[in-house]
Design a protein around this ligand. Structure first.
Ligand code: CP
Length: 336
């Protein structure tokens, strides 16, 4: 057992987690590492539920959020998570960093390291940026808060944690993800996690959103016939027997690079509405990583209905990110 704040958390069976400084994607997370993150998250959730939600775990540590794209839930939940654990938080955005004056991003981040920051949380429009930063920093940890269309590992951990809280083991569970698969970094990170946890995943959307289907089925092992990841263009077929349904935001701002031209047609065929969710299991949960465009991906009635766990995902985001900060800083230091 290990102490988190004033709580005890069960140790993982492997020591992988004890050396993690960076969180870039879930492809290199072992299953017991994900489960350990969830054990620490359970402890953090207890702290978040207190009247005075404060624990001293990160006192004296400095967290920097460095966001080159807009964000509400990821940036604010990281700030909230860091503050609950008593860290100091510095927020840097695109317009306020010296990148706007021509400085290379690596120089900006090395400057943050020289200013004694312990972890930088990076969101960037270009895939691979957090990975390159992590490889070039000697001391400071890097957490990927979303890079291009590549990955969003902390959102995927939030989604997996929410699923696990509702259905226990994900082994054999049918998870449908519907929407703008092409542009979604959330879906890519979720696929790694869901497949590792044993879920059967169906990706659904119009053909224009599914051009990488072979690469997706390969993540699920094997080919289109025997993979844990299935591709389906009919939402009605995809929803049959689903344990959970996750809608993704239609990223209209990216559709110059491929996508759909007729949003009304998308709504007609792919919107989650009261009629369609009845095709899934009666106790199926409805998810959305956000930001939600009610009336497009999902009707307001479904987004705010009894099966929706969308708000719960947001709330879980704080505890999951508290766990990740704790593991990246405190546990990592303890093993050096
Ligand atoms: N899910 C997500 O990344 O939301 P934000 O863009 O608001 O951070």
């Amino acid at each position: 057992m290990t102490r988190v704040g004033d709580l005890l958390v069960k140790e993982p069976s492997s020591r992988t987690i004890l050396t993690r400084k960076h969180v870039i994607d879930l492809d290199d997370f072992a299953v017991d590492e994900i489960e350990y993150v969830f054990s620490v998250t359970d402890a953090m959730k207890e702290i978040v539920g207190r009247d005075i939600k404060k624990a001293p775990s990160l006192r004296g540590k400095t967290i920097v959020t460095l966001f080159y794209q807009p964000s509400t839930r990821t940036r604010v939940s990281f700030e909230q998570a860091a503050k609950i654990l008593n860290a100091d938080v510095i927020n840097v955005s695109e317009g306020s960093s010296s990148v706007a004056k021509g400085e290379a991003l690596i120089n900006t981040v090395e400057t943050l390291q020289a200013l004694a920051a312990d972890v930088v949380i990076v969101r960037h429009p270009h895939a691979g940026v957090p990975n390159v930063l992590a490889r070039n920093l000697e001391r400071m940890g890097v957490i990927n808060a979303g890079d291009g269309m590549h990955a969003h590992p902390t959102q995927a951990l939030v989604d997996l944690y929410t699923l696990r809280n509702h259905m226990g083991s994900l082994a054999g569970k049918k998870i449908v993800i519907v929407g703008d698969i092409l542009h979604s970094r959330v879906v890519r990170s979720n696929l790694w996690g869901l497949v590792k946890m044993g879920a059967e995943v169906t990706l659904c959307g119009p053909p224009a959103f599914l051009p990488l289907s072979e690469a997706f089925t390969q993540i699920g092992g094997g080919n289109a016939k025997n993979s844990q990841v299935r591709i389906e263009t009919s939402l009605e077929v995809a929803l049959d027997g689903a344990d959970a349904v996750m809608a993704l935001r239609v990223q209209s701002e990216n559709h110059g690079r491929g996508g759909i031209t007729n949003i009304r047609e998308y709504i007609r065929l792919y919107q989650l509405d009261a009629r369609r969710i009845q095709i899934a299991k009666p106790d199926a949960i409805i998810m959305h990583p956000g930001p939600v465009q009610e009336g497009i991906e999902v009707t307001t009635a479904v987004a705010r209905g009894s099966q929706s766990v969308i708000s719960e995902q947001v709330t879980n985001g704080v505890a999951v990110r508290m766990a990740l900060l704790y593991l990246a800083i405190v546990r990592n230091e303890a093993t050096q």
